[in-house]
Design a protein around this ligand. Structure first.
Ligand SMILES: C[S@@+](CC[C@H](N)C(=O)[O-])C[C@H]1O[C@@H](n2cnc3c(N)ncnc32)[C@H](O)[C@@H]1O
Length: 357
């Protein structure tokens, strides 16, 4: 194996720094919670040394893959270094200021503490909750401002590396359309949130038409700030429900969907897949990324079970045992493959070309 070069060492050092920062933040805030609001402490199970070792190995495999695919030109290496440090530094104090209200909701088990100005009839009932005990749920600028940093901390700095795992299968899937110009191809990112996956796809496949859809206007505003701040191709951001996509049948060549399914009830999961199948052109692909599950990663069982005890994730227990491959098949997808990368499982599924009669 060739010795790592300086850029690779820099990348590894940054990632290790992020991991340590994430662990330190969680360690300190947990201690503080224990001291100040013991009633808010979740009843989690201990994680053995063996499992911790497995987690470390899994992060290290993810980093290697992240670097390798950059070397192979799947995406520019600059992606690995463009964390918004200044923004994170300016938002970090807000995470601390937000802690007391998060603890308050935990203690009183308030999980539907949504801003008063929200017109509830515009959202599915399952959505109107404080996922991860998030202040305002997904429904305020304050929540959108904190989200990226919170996810970085949660995943110890690996969130972007895990999201990047959708790019290679997306590129492979789009090859089917390589007789067309890249600009004529449309990729839709469902539940785009603050737009991190789109940002990565945009830098890897710059000429493609990109559309992001999410139910949260506030998150889309945040996405717009970071995606459409230069003269590059405009990313279209649409407020909508993934269960009822506002696109014509067969009008999209690739759909990505990252970290949505564990926050949906079963019926909604199937509705989303049905809609993906409808809007994807024959031969097109769906790349789905979400939490690993018990069937593919039984060794991480205690970690996965603890996650739902620490955070308000009302559909996660059900998701952990759900058969996503069957759901994809039921929706009509074929050629289904799946891979796990640390805490994320990535499924690739194709909409088959109908045989002409
Ligand atoms: C955990 S976040 C993931 C965001 C983003 N994909 C990422 O990688 O960070 C879940 C996102 O799904 C959105 N969402 C939840 N239910 C939705 C639905 N039915 N239709 C569209 N968006 C939905 C939320 O507003 C939120 O932005």
């Amino acid at each position: 194996m060739p010795a790592p070069n300086i850029a690779q060492i820099a990348y590894q050092t940054i990632q290790q720094g992020k991991t340590l920062a994430g662990l330190a933040h969680k360690g300190v805030t947990t201690k503080l919670m224990e001291l100040m609001v013991p009633a808010a402490m979740p009843n989690i199970q201990p994680v053995s040394k063996e499992v911790l070792n497995e987690l470390r190995n899994s992060i290290s495999a993810l980093e290697k893959r992240d670097w390798l695919e950059a070397e192979q030109g799947v995406y520019p290496k600059s992606q690995l270094f463009n964390s918004p440090w200044l923004e994170w530094a300016s938002r970090y104090p807000l995470i601390w200021l937000d802690l007391p209200s998060t603890w308050g909701r935990r203690i009183s088990k308030r999980t539907r503490d949504i801003p008063k100005n929200i017109d509830k009839k515009n959202y599915p009932d399952y959505y109107l909750q404080n996922f991860h005990h998030q202040t305002d749920g997904y429904l305020s600028d304050h929540s959108a401002e904190l989200y990226d940093l919170q996810v970085e901390i949660l995943f110890n700095g690996t969130a972007d590396s895990m999201r990047r795992r959708v790019i290679a299968p997306l590129q492979r899937g789009l090859k089917r359309f390589n007789k067309r110009s890249t600009g004529s191809l449309r990729v839709l990112d469902i539940a785009t949130g603050t737009g991190n996956t789109i940002k990565q796809i945009k830098s890897a496949i710059p000429d493609i038409e990109l559309i992001g859809l999410d139910l949260s206007e506030a998150y889309l505003r945040e996405a717009n700030r970071s995606l459409n701040n230069n003269n590059k191709l405009l990313v279209q951001l649409i407020k909508g429900n993934a269960e009822k996509l506002p696109f014509a049948d067969g009008s999209i060549q690739g759909v990505t969907c990252v970290y949505l399914f564990h926050e949906l009830p079963q019926k909604a999961r199937q509705n989303v897949l049905k809609e993906c199948w409808r809007v994807i052109e024959e031969g097109g692909i769906l790349i789905l990324a979400d939490s690993i599950q018990l069937s593919d990663s039984p060794k991480f069982k205690p970690v996965l079970e603890n996650f739902q005890k620490v955070f308000h994730e009302p559909y996660y227990r059900d998701y952990l045992n759900d058969d996503i491959e069957k759901r994809l098949k039921d929706a009509g997808f074929q050629a289904i493959t799946a891979e796990s990368h640390f805490m994320t499982r990535v499924w690739k599924a194709t909409k088959p070309i109908a045989k002409s009669s």
